[in-house]
Design a protein around this ligand. Sequence first.
Ligand code: PLP
Length: 399
Amino acid sequence: MSLSSIPFHLAEIGEEEIQEVTQTLRSGWLTTGARTAQFEREFAEYTGAPNALAVNSCTAGLHLALHALGIGPGDEVITTPLTFCATVNTILHVGAQPVLADVDEFGNLDVETVRARITKRTRAIMPVHFAGAACDMRGIWELAREHGLYVIEDAAHATGTHYLGQHVGGADPQTGMHSDAVAFSFYATKSLATGEGGMVTSHDRALHDRMRVLCLHGISRDAWNRYTEKGKWFYEVIECGYKYNLSDVQSSIGIHQLRKQERFRQRRAEIAARYTELFASVDEIETPGTPDYSRHAWHLYVVRLGAGGGTVDRAAVIDTMRDEGIGTSVHFIPVPTHPYYQRFAWSDPTLVPRAMGLYPRILSLPIYPSLTDDQVTRIANTVISAVRSHRRQLVAATV
Ligand SMILES: *Cc1c(COP(=O)(O)O)cnc(C)c1O
């Protein structure tokens, strides 16, 4: 008997999403409209941020925030090497220079290495809540305040992440501190999935309004508001913006995905706990921890192989898992490892030894609400036997 395969990811789409999309299609209004406005209101409420702007990707949200804050050529933005290329690409898109700080034990930006990278040109810090564990935001906010820097969070993994009891995007309940802008992703594999999509939250109404204008070609809302005098045809382009708006078709999915988020997160947390328990006595597998200031969203479950002194051939483990019908992934191939970034001095891998040291050891296992306990057990047992058969003494010469 052959066991069915377990994909690395499966979106959790229900009848509610399907019905809402069908209604939207039947309504004849497909692009940004009432459903997107509703999704923005409900997402703002969920996170505790006063303003939310729906965009067609997290990448678009990060780019809009950088642009709207006036970050550009000559400016430096400090970020993490353990991220998806989108984070550094948006910094390059505005003509600024990424600066890589190293990671802490959770794979998040390490505040002390951020401090060491601040120069006269630094304008912003861009933390990523790796796998769904919140960064040390007080450490980052205090640095930012000390040096007059903006904070733009890449919250692509952080729908469902809490920092000090408050959802990412909200304000620190004790100090009132918050970031300038926070960008979430609703990409197909993310916890809240609309296929493609994102949301950028902020506490500053003027910044929010500027991002909204930039989100749709730089067309002024004031101009729209004037159409009673000028007629419905009238609008004004007040700056050169982008085409980053989210459609009502996608927002129809998002509205229902949002309502299910707490249930989804609860199930992902159960799966994470089950993995951690099954790996507890396995020396070769180090399980992911949760910072005491965070509620983990468990967007990803990333183990580290070769703990306890030995090393493990990760590529061989991934191949064995695939042969057993189980999808896995690696988050992330560090920024300095990619050919494109290697032309830049800022992308020197020796500047980020902890991230580079983690890279050959990390492995992401399936984690999504529809995984059954039996599947989780099967995945864990398969990883354990794969790791034990691919142990070795020497680290691979190349990664
Ligand atoms: C997925 C992801 C993004 C990009 O999100 P999009 O919505 O696809 O633009 C950015 N940063 C990180 C860390 C991600 O995982």
